[in-house]
Design a protein around this ligand. Structure first.
Ligand SMILES: Nc1ncnc2c1ncn2[C@@H]1O[C@H](COP(=O)(O)OP(=O)(O)OP(=O)(O)O)[C@@H](O)[C@H]1O
Ligand SMILES: [Mg+2]
Length: 412
């Protein structure tokens, strides 16, 4: 196949350092650039090299086809499908391996290796591969989209490996319209990471785009669907949040109850719309009663038995009291956080999540929800469960995850 490298791909191929990285947005030409790099080393002299990808399907569906397209057939001696091993006429050997079991990579002696999508792999894979090229003073390179401030960020920042950065838009074959579409729907940080190859830190405030634009007076509307987002607790507070949802995907929170020691009985009364006196002494009456609520969305924990309720799960207790609209949702927390971030502010700069100013607890939790930091100052990818801000934040995530998943996947 005749091809012309993009300028970023060209820069990467011409790096002379032993260890290097092509840090690129999705579809920026990473796998292509890495394959050209491997072919160059396999052709230059007799070498043994390895091409590594996170999973076997990525090897089979992405990397082997790239080699088939880009290495001229006249260089190939034979290829073993069962061993995923390629012999070149100049004596070079190329091994194709998945990194699913890093220990399996031990025992090879290599002159070069290429790791595709390294940022979703553990650092161990890199360490094992480095040990494979020590005796040969060989080369290693990674082609990947960034993934937060992880080990690849550390390698690049410390200068241990040289790097070239490429945005998705640096691949002339990609339709600019697709990139603009992604900018409109993705959370800004996620967009920068995925399309602009930026090492985004998820440090500090989880919802750092939350601001005044998300706080507006909201009158509950009976003509729109109403959902109740719930995170049930006992000593840790129970959080109940009422929201209207419109057909444009806007979520408007208009009421909240966040209180410890709410018994199932009191929770049932609150949900039904009865006037209740809360343990804190406040009186509360929901503006939208149960019969006008389209769904109550909670986390999977609502199915777990609770000691303080005689071993029954809250969902069962509420069901017994006639509250049968509860759906529980699961799913990845990290993905849920991204979905909430995209509601707070989409990459095109529009908010889709609004809170009435009297929901003070919810507003302060959006501002205070943060990531823990370990001793090295590297933030975790999971928000801190600090028992202050996480209850309303879990409820918001369940609601947004539940709405995104649709009724199809909900369980009762
Ligand atoms: N220099 C080039 N010449 C011709 N086609 C190219 C070139 N670079 C990339 N492509 C094509 O552009 C598309 C994206 O390239 P590639 O798969 O290497 O990108 P990627 O960054 O690895 O993408 P992904 O994020 O999906 O892993 C592929 O169809 C590939 O064949
Ligand atoms: Mg790729």
């Amino acid at each position: 196949m005749k091809y012309k490298l993009s300028s970023k791909q060209g820069q990467f191929i011409n790096l002379s350092d032993r260890f290097s990285a092509f840090i690129g947005g999705v579809r920026s030409g990473k796998s292509f650039a890495g394959t050209i790099g491997g072919i160059k080393l396999a052709r230059r002299r007799k070498t043994v090299g390895a091409v590594i990808a996170p999973t076997y399907p990525m090897i089979r569906d992405v990397l082997i086809p790239l080699w088939q397209n880009l290495l001229p057939a006249k260089w190939v001696k034979k290829y073993s499908r069962s061993e995923h091993k390629l012999w070149l006429k100049n004596g070079s050997i190329v091994l194709f391996r998945s990194a699913e079991i890093p220990e399996r990579l031990y025992g090879l002696t290599l002159h070069w290796f290429h790791i595709d999508e390294g940022a979703i792999l553990p650092r161990k894979v890199w360490d094992v591969m480095l040990s494979r090229v020590i005796s040969t003073k060989g080369h290693g390179f990674i082609t990947t989209t960034p993934n937060g401030h992880n080990w690849i960020y550390e390698l690049v920042k410390s200068g241990e490996i040289s790097s070239v950065f490429a945005k998705t838009s640096d691949n002339p074959l990609i339709d600019a319209f697709e990139i603009e579409r992604a900018r409109r729907i993705l959370d800004p940080k996620f967009f920068r990471q995925q399309y602009e190859a930026s090492f985004e830190a998820y440090l500090g405030q989880v919802y750092d785009d939350f601001g005044e634009r998300n706080i507006i007076p909201i009158e509950p509307r009976a003509d729109l669907p109403t959902y109740l987002a719930a995170d049930f607790g006992w000593r840790h507070p129970t959080a109940l949040l009422w929201a209207n949802v419109d057909s444009n995907g806007n979520i408007m929170f208009f009421d909240e109850v966040v209180e410890s020691f709410l018994t199932p009985d009191v929770i049932a009364k609150i949900i039904r719309g009865e006037q209740v006196r809360l343990p804190s002494g406040k009186n509360f009456k929901s503006k939208i009663p149960l019969n006008m609520i389209n769904g109550i969305i909670a986390g999977f924990e609502a199915n777990q038995s609770r000691q303080e309720s005689g071993g029954l799960a809250i969902i069962d207790l509420l069901n017994e009291m006639g509250i049968d609209k509860i759906r529980t949702v699961g799913g990845s927390i990290v993905r849920g956080v991204f979905a909430v971030r995209a509601k707070i502010l989409s990459a095109s700069g529009k908010p889709h999540l609004f809170i009435d100013p009297h929901c003070e607890r919810l507003i302060s939790d959006f501002r205070g929800y943060h990531y823990p930091e370990n001793a090295t100052g590297i933030a975790s990818e999971l928000p801190e469960k600090d028992n202050i801000h996480d209850h309303t934040m879990d409820a918001v995530r369940y609601l947004i995850t539940g709405l995104a998943q649709g009724q199809r996947k909900w369980t009762i």
